[in-house]
Design a protein around this ligand. Structure first.
Ligand code: LLP
Length: 425
């Protein structure tokens, strides 16, 4: 896929649209999404995994247009709440291509999923089995998968590692919970166990842990056949594919992932004489992350004894990732050309705490001043979907750019929007 990374100061265009003009027209902060880049990323997955269900993890970024693009590009959808599910289905996404996740699904999540006819529900705990079975109407069957902990440590930050026993997701193989759950689902006439699921973590940049996970899962599938005489037809290995946030960083090689996973699945299944299950993958970040750019306006520049702080008009309410995970971004000056010497600055947000730091040690021209525009590349995933209403600063809009034109997908959150739910004294 093309890079939407602004390479130079001066006027930067994405999909033929000037970022500076977009900032002027839509205001700042603004999230700009390159539609064709998103679509190309979907196609990269579909081409690399023609035999698999490629399911976009909506938690990375969701709006009606994104639902529509995923559908047009032949993807399924992974949702983890009734909210995400309703947005998708009311946009016209086929429910049978939706997978529902969640370690603690609410009664509303489960009943909405069953009522709308969601394709697969990924069961994450023993107690969920009976709860789910109880709401499936008489005479019908809900397809389910079981989320299993494969016992593999991988992922860019401890907060996004989900393949080991010391976290809240999935059923353990080691203590027998997974095997127990298999027996319980098989004992429920209204549930149809179609396969196993695992998601080992997020922002993973090497293929190896995926291969190891496939091996563990095939092993478990073989044991399930021994114990219960069933050959599960599907295997979902989750998402978690890492991307480069700054120049020079690694990203996961998707075609290589496909080749190695395919080989492991084929050989592993051949060894234990299991039919090769249909594969599902669930990429989120790698589909939208690199296709998004956030443009901020500088509001203040402060030089202290040792540091220069460049403060912008957004911050941890639209991008909580640096504060949460210590992620490092590479903001650039855009909209004007500067010949001033670069100096290392700290780019901070407008929120009322010292930890509201967007990026540290950023080389910006010495003459950076209020009114300047800063672009933060690779801002498409887990920014707006994790945005908050902190300090009652409205959430930025999402603008799609394509073929030289820009259009609003999600408008800016106004003061009115924010205060509407406050019903008074
Ligand atoms: N499937 C399941 C079951 C998941 O829990 C997730 C992400 C995905 C797929 C997609 O993972 P991806 O391909 O996007 O890495 N807020 C964190 C990331 C949390 C990921 C949660 N689960 C961040 O900003 O880095």
């Amino acid at each position: 896929p093309r890079s939407t990374r602004p390479e130079h100061s001066g006027d930067v265009t994405v999909a033929g649209v000037s970022l500076a003009e977009t900032a002027g027209r839509f205001g700042t902060p603004v999230y700009v999404l390159d539609e064709e880049e998103v679509r190309e990323r979907c196609r990269t997955y579909r081409t690399a995994f023609p035999e698999a269900d490629v399911v976009y993890a909506a938690k990375a970024f969701l709006c009606r247009a994104m639902v529509h693009w995923a559908q047009e590009e032949g993807m399924g959808l992974d949702v983890c709440s009734a909210g995400e599910l309703m947005l998708a289905v009311t946009t016209g996404f086929p429910p049978e291509k939706i997978v529902l996740h969640g370690n603690a699904k609410s009664p509303e999540d489960l009943s909405t999923a069953v009522r709308l006819g969601v394709g697969r529900i990924v069961v994450d705990s023993a107690s969920e089995i009976a709860r789910l079975a109880a709401i499936v109407p008489h005479g019908s069957r809900q397809q389910v998968m079981l989320r299993v902990v494969p016992g593999i440590a991988a992922g860019g930050h401890v907060k996004v590692r989900t393949g080991t026993e010391d976290q809240k997701f999935g059923l353990s193989i080691t203590d027998g919970s997974a095997q127990h759950a298999v027996a319980r689902v098989l004992g429920q006439p209204r549930l149809e166990l179609v396969g196993l699921h695992c998601h080992i973590g997020s922002q993973i940049t090497t293929v190896k842990p995926y291969v190891a996970a496939v091996r563990r899962m095939v092993g478990l599938m073989a044991r399930i056949r021994e114990q219960h005489g069933v050959e599960l037809p599907q295997l979902n290995i989750g998402g978690g594919h890492g991307i480069a946030y700054r120049p020079g960083e690694e990203s996961l090689d998707v075609p290589q992932l496909a080749a190695r996973v395919r080989a492991e699945l084929r050989d592993g299944c051949a060894k234990v004489k299991l039919p090769v299950p249909r594969l599902t993958i669930e990429p989120g970040r790698a589909v939208v992350g690199p296709a998004g750019i956030c443009v901020y306006r500088v509001l203040a520049v402060k030089r202290t004894g040792s540091q220069t702080f460049v403060a912008v008009d957004g911050g941890m309410s639209d991008n909580p990732r640096p504060a949460l995970y210590g992620v490092r971004y590479a903001p650039r000056l855009i909209g004007r050309h500067s010949t001033a010497e670069p100096r290392l600055v700290t780019v901070v947000g407008r929120h009322c705490e010292a930890g509201d730091i967007l990026a540290e040690e950023v080389p910006l021209p010495e003459d950076v001043h209020p009114g300047d525009l800063l672009a933060v590349p690779v801002a498409g995933a887990y920014h707006l979907s994790m945005a908050s209403g902190y300090n009652l600063v409205g959430r930025p809009p999402v603008v799609a750019v394509k073929d030289g034109t820009a259009r609003t997908l999600v408008r800016r959150e106004s003061l009115d929007d924010m205060n509407r739910r406050d019903v008074g004294l």
